[in-house]
Design a protein around this ligand. Structure first.
Ligand SMILES: *[C@@H]1O[C@H](CO)[C@@H](O)[C@H](O)[C@H]1NC(C)=O
Ligand SMILES: *[C@@H]1O[C@H](CO)[C@@H](O)[C@H](O)[C@H]1NC(C)=O
Ligand SMILES: *[C@@H]1O[C@H](CO)[C@@H](O)[C@H](O)[C@H]1NC(C)=O
Ligand SMILES: *[C@@H]1O[C@H](CO)[C@@H](O)[C@H](O)[C@H]1NC(C)=O
Ligand SMILES: *[C@@H]1O[C@H](CO)[C@@H](O)[C@H](O)[C@H]1NC(C)=O
Ligand SMILES: *[C@@H]1O[C@H](CO)[C@@H](O)[C@H](O)[C@H]1NC(C)=O
Ligand SMILES: *[C@@H]1O[C@H](CO)[C@@H](O)[C@H](O)[C@H]1NC(C)=O
Length: 264
């Protein structure tokens, strides 16, 4: 009994230690040669440096936008967003890894985004603050179907879509954080959802980005038991396992909503 408990505990430890963090990226505005000896590049290095540096000096660490340079076309714009439940030290770590990732994978790009479980890092040679971009996006599906039966898949996804739509409404009304999360009981399972925008967006721009992204979920991932769409200005995700570290099951709920959110 004790041994099997110990074994289970060690399996969990090993799994946690070896589970690679999900990471993906999008390289945009590709040039024909490495941009490392351009003025834009030295501004880019500076803006990415200062995002990481300022991270240590500001209080609200979740989102930051900056720019370096004063003359077009050499100005570099950068921003990052960490998931709201991520510890500050993990946020910084995530940003450093994201920077290394785009440094390696997008050497010819004047604009790029790196997404991972915990953060998004983005730069461009054009102003990106307060500008909604849902066209730059990557879908990521859980590999496993929720059921072998098509009608079961349809029912699950119908519930998922209204659940996510409700989260989009909540997030775009949450003017400070521009995020929402909740869990929804489904048969004997629970569906966990999280949506967020960069908080520099207006409420309506946030809602638009979230809705476009939610509508893409079934286009790429219909039938699956989990899915996300990662866009430059927002991201949406649901799973049937708890992927957030929040101690409450839901961000502030409004009374009278149709879906029965589970509150702690
Ligand atoms: C830029 O180049 C990368 C490969 O380095 C490629 O994956 C990506 O699709 C390109 N982006 C555009 C917008 O052409
Ligand atoms: C720029 O990067 C290319 C490719 O990595 C490298 O061959 C070249 O030496 C670099 N140039 C400078 C000025 O760092
Ligand atoms: C970049 O380096 C190449 C070769 O080292 C040089 O021909 C080119 O003029 C440089 N470009 C800039 C913008 O400095
Ligand atoms: C990419 O990595 C190289 C080597 O560590 C570093 O010199 C350069 O400043 C980095 N560039 C950016 C844009 O972070
Ligand atoms: C960051 O975004 C805010 C809001 O759009 C903008 O006023 C500010 O100029 C931006 N900062 C930099 C350094 O780009
Ligand atoms: C960004 O770089 C691309 C490719 O070099 C260029 O066509 C575009 O005009 C640049 N944008 C700005 C705002 O400088
Ligand atoms: C998963 O569901 C999709 C959509 O209904 C279907 O096309 C696919 O064949 C299913 N895959 C497996 C492995 O059952």
């Amino acid at each position: 009994m004790f041994l099997s408990f110990l074994f289970l505990w060690f399996s969990v430890l090993i799994f946690t230690a070896t589970a690679a963090e999900f990471r993906t990226h999008y390289c945009d505005i590709n040039t024909t040669s490495h941009i490392n000896n351009t003025s834009f590049y030295s501004n880019l290095v500076q803006v990415l440096d200062s995002l990481a540096l300022d991270y240590n000096t500001i209080n609200d660490k979740r989102f930051l936008n900056e720019s370096t340079g004063s003359i077009q076309p050499d100005i570099a714009y950068g921003l990052y967003l960490c998931r709201a439940d991520v510890l500050p030290s993990d946020c910084l770590n995530c940003l450093l890894n994201a920077r290394e990732d785009i440094n390696k994978t997008c050497p010819f790009s004047k604009a790029a985004v790196s997404w991972s479980d915990n953060c998004m890092l983005r730069y461009a040679n054009y102003s990106i603050a307060s500008v909604m971009n849902s066209n730059t996006f990557i879908p990521e599906c859980n590999k496993v179907n929720i059921s072998d039966v098509l009608s079961e898949q349809s029912k699950f996804w119908q519930d998922v879509m209204s659940f996510m739509g409700e989260l989009a409404n909540r997030a775009s009304n949450d003017l400070k954080g521009m995020l929402a999360y909740a869990e929804l009981s489904y048969n004997s399972e629970k569906i966990y959802g999280y949506v967020e925008c960069t908080p520099d967006l207006s409420s309506s721009a946030c809602h638009q980005c979230l809705q476009v992204s939610i509508d893409r979920l079934p286009l790429y991932c219909f039938g699956k038991r989990g899915a996300r769409v990662l866009a430059a200005s927002c991201n949406v995700r649901f799973e049937i396992y708890k992927f957030l570290q929040f101690s409450t099951a839901s961000s502030s709920a409004k009374p009278g909503i149709k879906i029965n959110f589970i509150m702690l």
